[in-house]
Design a protein around this ligand. Structure first.
Ligand SMILES: [Zn+2]
Length: 583
């Protein structure tokens, strides 16, 4: 594979009026010679390339940038939503909708104009020029083509020939175009190309945007220049919180290069920053060279399971397989792993062990209720969008009614299906819930009482006849009301919403209460996986056992996400890794 350096040098030669050589016609330089020449000539090369500094949008640079707005923001690259992210299903579906609605330059253009076929092999400048003319995309042709090449993962040589053409055509390659080329190189693990782009960009620009840093971090992490990834992470840290992906690649780079201390330091730093480590990073720790895995290392890995347990993290199948192999290879211990499921009454189908109960002990429930209700009432954050009057009114309402069996998030449930009117859906589902003699409270918003296409008055009137309803201000957050009413009704009371309630973790004072809260949530949140208007309401039964990593002296049970199973974020996996130690 000819390096980027070849055509840079070719361009350099061309610009000095020597023999005009096509880049792909130049014999490849050997690696050492090529690098030496590149380093010597880098200033000249950059000049010849004429990378346009003006295209390097200063507002988006890491040094000046604000966190979170960049597409490589705190939440990571565009692909940063990991299987770990609770809400991943929701995020995915929202992402799809957003994609469908959004109209980024290239996509927008492509919908208006015909797609240009990507050449199968590198083109000469003249051929590119002809293609450009024929495409009818005089403006932004190069960017458009490079974007297409990224999305189709095209041959790198074709991309290089486009760069050569752009350098000639535009009197310089724009920062934006170079970045796209870099993205393609990183995607294809073209380490030498990544190095060359870095050298060029470093000479031409004082700083990179966070997107470029993220690409370089990934591109360098598994190469000899992996320490550059670490330096770039440090640079990013000065202005933003690096994404879990940024950290993840650095962890993988460190462990791959046997610097386990650094890998664990980065892992701990992520946890301190409240970032969820990516699955790949954790997998790299489990797959670390056995020579690194002394007792201290192994204890740190056991600490990862504590993290899984405390944060309800469910590994995906590849990580689960690594965990299984890791257990089975622990020296002087004879662990055996099996894939399992759990019966309705909570027994592992492989070892027959009874799993932990989902139910809180009465004392635990009391603690959770006291702490939560106190933090709801005193914690201004939780009710920041409501008024003290509304809160007071609601507390009075709850006190003056007998305990409920089910509390329903009315707005959330009304939109459970896109078919039919919201008010009809809500009425039908609540009627179904009440039919078994259950006492139901529906929390709604005041706007639901105004006649509209979605909210029909006759449905809302019938709803109020069948269940108690409390309508809060349109701007108030309904979750705290839902949790308040549920917890206040007693440990038998469940709630129905697709919301994950993650925001409320922050208002709970300590890890113990957080754990209790999520356990209570897992045992009390009703799941309506699908709903067809006019059909019976079928709730998923709440399991009597807790779906969470659990251990005894001689066993581990780890729930994991089976490949290809699309689990909604408010659901729990049904597949388990059962590990047994012979004794
Ligand atoms: Zn088992």
């Amino acid at each position: 594979m000819m390096g980027l350096r070849i055509f840079y040098l070719t361009l350099c030669i061309k610009s000095y009026g020597r023999n005009v050589l096509m880049w792909h016609g130049v014999p490849p330089l050997n690696c050492h010679e090529g690098r030496e020449r590149l380093l010597k000539n880098i200033r000249t090369i950059s000049k010849c390339l004429g990378v346009r500094a003006g295209d390097n949008n200063k507002n988006s640079f890491a040094r000046q940038s604000k966190p979170s707005k960049n597409k490589f923001d705190r939440n990571g690259s565009p692909h940063s939503i990991t299987v770990f992210s609770a809400g991943a299903a929701k995020a995915r579906s929202e992402g799809m909708q957003h994609k469908a609605k959004a109209s980024p330059d290239s996509d927008n253009i492509s919908s208006q104009k015909e797609r240009v076929q990507i050449p199968l092999g590198p083109l000469h400048a003249k051929e590119w020029s002809k293609l450009k003319e024929e495409s009818g995309r005089i403006h932004g042709f190069e960017d458009y083509m490079m974007a297409q090449m990224i999305s189709t993962n095209s041959n790198i040589n074709v991309a290089k020939s486009l760069l050569v053409f752009a350098a000639k055509e535009q009197s310089g390659i724009s920062y934006k175009l170079l970045l796209k080329y870099l993205a393609l190189c990183v995607r294809q693990n073209q380490a030498a190309e990544v190095c060359d782009v870095y050298n060029i960009m470093k000479n031409k620009f004082k700083a990179f945007d966070t997107g470029a840093y993220s690409l370089f971090i990934k591109g360098f992490s598994l190469t000899d220049r992996w320490r550059d990834s670490i330096s770039m992470l440090e640079t990013l840290k000065k202005t933003i919180t690096p994404s879990p992906k940024n950290y993840g690649y650095c962890i993988q780079g460190a462990i791959y290069h046997k610097d386990d201390k650094l890998a664990w330091a980065l892992y701990n730093e992520m946890l301190e920053a409240d970032l969820t480590p990516c699955e790949d990073a954790i997998q790299s720790l489990f797959n670390a060279d056995p020579a690194l895995q002394d007792e201290t290392f192994r204890n740190k890995l056991f600490g990862v399971f504590d993290y899984f347990r405390d944060h309800q993290i469910y590994p995906g199948e590849p990580l689960m397989q690594s965990i299984k192999s890791w257990f089975e290879s622990i020296p002087n211990e004879s662990w055996r792993g099996h894939l399992s499921t759990v019966s309705e009454n909570g027994h592992c189908q492989v070892c027959k062990q009874q799993l932990e109960s989902i139910h809180l002990m009465p004392e635990e429930y009391r603690t959770l209720k006291d702490v939560f209700l106190q933090s709801v009432i005193e914690g201004h954050d939780t009710f920041r969008k409501t008024t003290p009057q509304e809160l007071q009114e609601f507390r009075q309402f709850v006190r003056s009614h007998p305990p409920y069996d089910i509390v329903v998030d009315g707005l959330n449930v009304a939109y459970i299906t896109t078919k039919g009117r919201g008010s009809q859906t809500l009425l039908d589902i609540v009627s179904g819930l009440c039919s078994g003699g259950k006492r139901v409270l529906v929390l709604g918003r005041k706007h639901m009482l105004q006649e509209s296409r979605t909210w029909q008055r006759r449905h809302m009137q019938l709803l109020q006849q069948r269940a108690d309803c409390f309508f809060i201000d349109n701007i108030s957050e309904d979750d705290p009301f839902l949790l308040y009413a549920s917890l206040n009704s007693g440990s038998h009371c469940c709630f129905l919403t697709r919301d994950l309630m993650r925001d409320h973790k922050s208002c709970l004072p300590d890890a113990q209460t957080k754990r209790l809260f999520f356990k209570w949530q897992r045992g009390h949140q009703l799941v309506l996986p699908f709903y067809t208007p006019g059909r019976k309401v079928l709730l998923q039964p709440i399991m009597c056992y807790d779906t969470i990593v659990q251990r005894t002296d001689f066993s581990w049970h780890i729930p994991y996400d089976k490949m290809g199973v699309d689990r909604a974020s408010f659901e729990v996996p049904k597949t388990w890794l059962c590990l047994q130690k012979k004794h």
